[in-house]
Write a protein that binds this ligand. Structure first.
Ligand SMILES: [Zn+2]
Length: 151
């Protein structure tokens, strides 16, 4: 592994570990201001969602695009340790699908907010993300995703 790769990988790692990213915090704050009450990282729910809204039977995941192989500019297959990453990312994808199914059978809905909606050249206006999320909580019964612009 060369130095560039190593650095890239540690950035990616911090992307997933850094749960409370700035964008995520702003979304929480915005929703709270609109009167929504939530719980954080409930360990007893499938996939430990970032935000849980028990009243709305809704879970929100803020997903790192690399770790969940999102089809956007933030995801690119690494050029080294190809098998390792294929295995790792593949099992994340399978887990995501299993979790979503678990929520469906609980009668809950799931919103995925992708990293590319919150940072980089495709990021959306935070107010837009907050209001889309609020509308989804109130009026939508389906699972949904918020991703970056022009994806
Ligand atoms: Zn993405």
């Amino acid at each position: 592994m060369d130095v560039v790769d190593k650095q890239k990988r540690s950035e990616m790692m911090s992307g997933i570990k850094g749960k409370d990213t700035r964008g995520e915090l702003a979304i929480r704050k915005g929703l709270h201001k609109l009167g929504f009450r939530y719980q954080l990282h409930r360990k007893d729910l499938p996939g430990k969602p970032d935000l849980v809204f028990p009243k709305y039977h809704a879970a929100i995941f803020v997903n790192g695009c690399f770790w969940h192989a999102h089809g956007c500019h933030l995801f690119k297959w690494p050029s080294t340790r190809i098998e390792f990453w294929a295995e790792k990312i593949g099992s994340n994808k399978i887990r995501d699908e299993r979790n979503t199914q678990a929520y469906i059978s609980m009668g809950w809905k799931v919103l995925t907010i992708w990293e590319c909606a919150l940072k980089g050249k495709t990021r959306r206006n935070l107010n837009e993300v907050i209001h889309t999320t609020a509308n989804w909580l109130l009026y939508d019964s389906q699972n949904a995703e918020i991703e970056g612009r022009n994806n």
